[in-house]
Design a binder for this molecule. Sequence first.
Ligand code: BGC
Length: 413
Amino acid sequence: MMFVIYSSQREIISNNCFLYSPFSIEHSLFEKLTFMKRNNFLLITALAISVVACNNNEENKKETKQEMKTGIVKSDWGTTDGKQVYLFTLTNKNGAQVKISNYGGTITSWIMPDKNGKTSSIVLGFDSLSGYLAKPPYFGATIGRYGNRIANGKFKIGNNEYTLATNNGKNALHGGLKGFDKVVWDASPTTDSVAALTLNYLSKDGEEGYPGNLKVSVAFSLSDDDELMIEYNAETDKPTPVNLTNHSYFNLTGDVSNTILDHVLMIDADHYTPVDSTLIPTGEIKAVKGTPFDFTKPEKIGARIDQVPGGYDHNFVLNKKDGPLQLVATLSDSLSGRKLEVYTMQPGLQFYSGNFLNGTFKTNDSKPIIKHDAMCLETQHFPNSPNQPEFPSTILKPGEKYHSVTKYKVSVQ
Ligand code: BGC
């Protein structure tokens, strides 16, 4: 079932029965009154239909107040864990569309035109919930409580040692066996001037081994300038590591028949964190100069990837200073003419060149998704920070507020 909650006039209507009402949201009050005088009979009949429709929609009323949002359509998308899953479609005035599910806080598609006006999704994702229940490698998901790896699934805070669920060899990856990508979030479309959606989740004390009840909210909004903003907020009642990110896989051509090796990447980072054989940072902060990790000037991803065993899967130490949102990376593709800009408040960026994609998962049009078909630019604190005192701290304490914003902006040239 689909609920239309689009309201470009930002008019508050008491529930979704407006779908059946003769009062179109485009009409001003004056127009409505004129309409009423001229069409009394029609009006009464239509209102009667509205009332019946509304009564039949009793169950939907609960959703209704939160549904009054500019540029959002909410659809039922199935159930899991005994909870209702929705798919929200955010549309801006250019017709760009981002779909987000409250399952895993997952961005399932981002539809944009290319330089010829042809539209396609620039991120990997599935049309149905079942695709995600089959556990793809975090396509589009919100990642938490801790993005990337924690060595041996262990860390200490003060004298307390914690043991996490391990799900990547001996390490803990992206929150564990059931991270934030595999839970159903509470969803509330908001009423700002742009299409926006807020997801909330309470991660309980001990979940996947992490200490403290962590209240998390992630707000997504799509601006009329084709910017997707993701704002993360969290609070805890015990000290705990927190590292939240989004795991969208980009292929700016919108078609996995083209790999990302011809995409041109710039990362504003003079250093990166080398890793061991299990992809845990060694602790060294190494200069990129003279190495295949130097993306300080735009470079084709494929140009030097052969010199990086396995491909890129590294944390870049951003040059930006802590604090406000800053441009840290650009990605462009000449085939489509699309360009992506990444802005963050975080100190790190994981550039993952889709090395482990092996054909297990297929696109909606049945193309197997293989190595280098898509890539991630994950804004983050450094992997394994809880065990690396030299890295910026990821420990959130009671009374503190975790706040971080990432912006992805797409343009067509
Ligand atoms: C990690 C990769 C991992 C991928 C999918 C990335 O963030 O750095 O090592 O394979 O996520 O899980």
